[in-house]
Every structure is written in structure tokens, then in C-alpha cells.
Design a protein around this ligand. Structure first.
Ligand SMILES: [Zn+2]
Length: 423
């Protein structure tokens, strides 16, 4: 399906969507109610994919409320509870964690989606995949770990270890693939440097990043590739939806796995279809606990032009641009933290930074604090300031602070803060 003509792909999506709708109308209380509420009674009412727009959105808030009023797992269950074999929960960073269950068939579907990520990164027999991940109830890389055997690779778990132990394990076991967040890939490389080891001379030849946009930000990707002497691939996904996307060797965006999902993009304000905006996800192979038109919260720009790799799947140009709830407006300019990250990471001399939006008198201002290594701080600050002004149309205040004063991050970085008082 990865190379199928788009017309055939759309027919495939429509066929699978009808099957899914028949299943949820039959026995999923959550979706049966939602579909009934908008007058939708039968999958036969779906004549084309355009009819999908008749169905309601699904939001995280709705799912959280459903689980709160129908403990423990809510009503988005298509089968009796004893059919489910996997339990996970969301990290809960944006509120109460959601519990998520998968049947064996739904879990096998997850693994197939991850196999597509590995294939696109050229990972297969002979590879040893190291997972720098805690293996707690967060779904994270559990599916990636189990999926490695589908492509014939050896999986090495990195849970329950300190960063130093992980580094030693992946070096001693000659791991060839590193799977972790972009921040953690850089953190591990930093530790290697501190211990007098050269990560670039390790056996790692591929890194697969997830959890943050870094794998698609050219300057961050370059740092990871230089640090590890490897080729860096991006992957997107979420507990509620599955493994949605992956980058290929052509490096022009993140492919959306359109044989296993239907993706739509809407303007987050008008809710009308758009080329750039918020991603809606319908998964087609996770009938146990599916999502239909789920507002996953990622802001993307769709690109359906042919990819050099031959896949016909649409791409998210530049990966995930940001989270809908992360975007801030400063003096009329829409700013995503990832856009600032992309600019700052072009400066090798900046070892750490943080950025914040502050109120300065009557006006909002973007304040960027930087730590500078082996260079003149004021020169770097001036160059960064003009770069940001040119690329974001917003003049920042850049402040040089002593090395070691800004927070460091291991797993996920949080370098952006909105300090304006909220009324
Ligand atoms: Zn491609």
C-alpha cells in the first residue's frame, strides 16, 4: 500500500472505515452514541471519504470525562473487557491520565505500524535496537520494542538504568539503532563526552526519535547525527491514536501512514478543512478502543507531492510544527517553541538556552537567555537576535547568562515559557 496510487489508497481507507463504523455502531457505547447524536445510523450512509466530515470530532477532554463518569476504562470499548490484553496510560502532563486498553488484534496492529517506521529507516535483520526508555505504563516505546522482531532485529531494553548504565549497555552490546527522544539522544552523547567516550565511533548507525519535534528540525537533527555518527529519523504517534508517521531516507517531512489511518487537517479556529492546521486522526485497525476524527493537538502542514522514496503517503512538511496549545501570539506574530528551537540550534556556540514571553510595559516581548561556549557572548547574542528577527518577524531580547545556570533536561526538554499574566 505504501506505493499505491492515491485513488486506490482512498478506496482502501473507505472500505476499512466502513468496517470500523459497523463495529462501533454494533457494540461500542461511546461511538454509537456520538454517531447516533449526529443522525448517523449505518456504515452504508458513508458514500465517500468526504462524508467523514459529517461525523463529529473526538477530543481528549471528552475521553477523560467519559472515563471519569464510567470508571475504570470508560465506554469507548468495542468488546467485552476480557478480550483486552494490554493496559497503558497517557503521561498525564495535560491533566488526568487516560487509561487505554488494546485487544490482541489491536496490539498486533500497533506492531505493524511500527514495522513501517523501521522499514523506512532501513532497520532489519542484523540490527540491534537499543531502547533508552523507562518501560513504565506510558505506551512510549513498548510497541516499538515488540515490533523490532517483526523486521528481524534484536531488541535491547534500556529500562531501569541510569543514563551511564544505558550508555555502557548500548556500547558493550554493539547496538546499531538508538530509539529515544531527541533530547535524550543529545543527553546520552553529552554523558559519553564527559566519560571520555566518543559516541560518534559507536556502532549506532540509525537513531529513531519521538516525543518531541527535534527529529524533523534540521539543526537539531544535525546535532544528533554529528554526535552519534548516525542517520536520524523522526517518528510521530500518541497513546490514543497509534504510530501515525515516520520519516524516510529522502528527508523531506514525515510520511503519514495512510493505509492504517485517515488524516484530515482543519483550521483550529474555523474548524474548516485546511492545508495547514490541526491534525485529525481516525485509526483503522484498532477496533478495540478506536478514535474517529480525534483532535490530537498537533499543528502540521500537509504535502501530497510525490516523495523521492516512492511512497505515495502524504507528508507532514517539516514534521509536527507544534502543539495547538503551545502556540503563543507575540505582538500579532504566531510563534511555536519549535521554531525558536530550530533557530537557536543552528548556533554551535550556544550550549543551552531558554525562551520566554514577558510583558514589558505595554508590550509583549520575546526574551531568549543563552549560555555561550568558547565564543564572545555578545557577538553570538547579536547574531541570534538578527536571525530570529529575520525568520520570525519578531525582534527578541537576547541575554547571555553564565554557563551552567539554565536547567538541563534528560528526557523531554521544556525551554519555552509564557510569563504573561493570564486574565
Ligand atoms: Zn519518502
Amino acid at each position: 500500500m505504501e506505493n499505491a496510487p492515491r485513488e486506490r489508497l482512498r478506496q482502501h481507507q473507505l472500505d476499512r472505515l466502513r468496517v470500523l463504523l459497523a463495529q462501533v455502531l454494533d457494540s461500542n457505547p461511546f461511538y454509537r452514541q456520538k454517531l447516533f447524536d449526529c443522525g448517523f445510523r449505518s456504515p452504508q450512509e458513508l458514500n465517500s471519504l468526504d462524508d467523514l466530515a459529517r461525523l463529529p470530532f473526538t477530543t481528549k477532554r471528552e475521553l477523560v470525562a467519559d472515563q471519569a463518569s464510567n470508571p475504570l476504562f470508560g465506554t469507548n470499548l468495542t468488546f467485552p473487557l476480557d478480550r483486552y490484553v494490554k493496559f497503558h496510560q497517557t503521561s498525564g502532563t495535560t491533566g488526568r491520565p487516560l487509561r487505554w486498553l488494546d485487544t490482541d488484534a489491536s496490539w498486533q496492529w500497533w506492531l505493524r505500524c511500527w514495522a513501517a517506521v523501521y522499514r523506512a529507516a532501513g532497520v532489519g535483520p542484523g540490527d540491534r535496537v537499543f531502547f533508552a526508555f523507562g518501560f513504565g505504563p506510558f505506551i512510549g516505546f513498548w510497541s516499538a520494542f515488540e515490533s523490532a522482531r517483526l523486521v528481524g532485529a534484536l531488541s535491547i531494553p534500556g529500562g531501569g538504568m541510569s543514563s551511564e548504565q544505558r550508555l555502557r549497555s548500548l556500547l558493550e552490546n554493539n547496538a546499531t539503532v538508538l530509539v529515544c527522544t531527541p533530547t535524550y539522544a543529545l543527553h546520552l552523547a553529552d554523558i559519553a563526552r564527559r566519560e571520555g567516550l566518543d559516541a560518534a565511533r559507536s556502532a549506532i548507525r540509525v537513531t529513531i526519535q519521538a516525543g518531541e519535534p527535534g527529529g524533523s528540525i534540521p539543526s537539531v537533527r544535525q546535532r544528533i547525527e554529528d554526535a552519534w555518527g548516525a542517520q536520524c529519523f523522526d517518528h510521530t504517534g500518541a497513546t490514543e491514536v497509534g504510530a501515525t508517521g515516520f520519516s524516510c531516507a529522502a528527508r523531506c517531512g514525515v510520511h503519514l501512514n495512510e493505509s492504517e489511518f485517515i488524516f484530515e487537517v482543519i483550521d483550529p479556529l474555523t474548524l474548516e478543512p485546511a492545508r495547514e492546521g490541526e491534525l485529525l486522526v481516525t485509526n483503522l485497525g484498532r477496533a478495540g478502543m478506536p478514535v474517529i476524527r480525534y483532535r490530537v493537538g498537533d499543528i502540521v502542514r500537509l504535502d501530497e507531492s510525490p516523495c523521492e522514496c516512492g511512497r505515495t503517503y502524504a507528508r507532514m512538511a517539516g514534521g509536527i510544527i507544534g502543539r495547538a496549545d503551545d502556540m503563543v501570539t507575540v505582538r500579532g506574530v504566531n510563534v511555536f517553541p519549535s521554531a525558536i528551537d530550530a533557530i537557536v540550534r543552528q548556533f554551535q556556540a550556544i550550549s543551552e538556552y531558554s525562551s520566554e514571553v514577558v510583558r514589558s510595559g505595554e508590550l509583549d516581548a520575546l526574551l531568549v537567555k543563552i549560555e555561550v561556549r568558547d565564543s564572545d557572548g555578545e557577538d553570538v547574542a547579536a547574531a541570534l537576535g538578527s536571525h530570529i528577527q529575520r525568520q520570525l518577524s519578531l525582534r527578541p531580547v537576547v541575554q547571555v547568562v553564565p554557563e551552567g545556570t539554565l536547567p538541563r533536561f534528560e528526557l523531554k526538554a521544556r525551554r519555552f515559557f509564557d510569563r504573561r499574566a493570564k486574565n
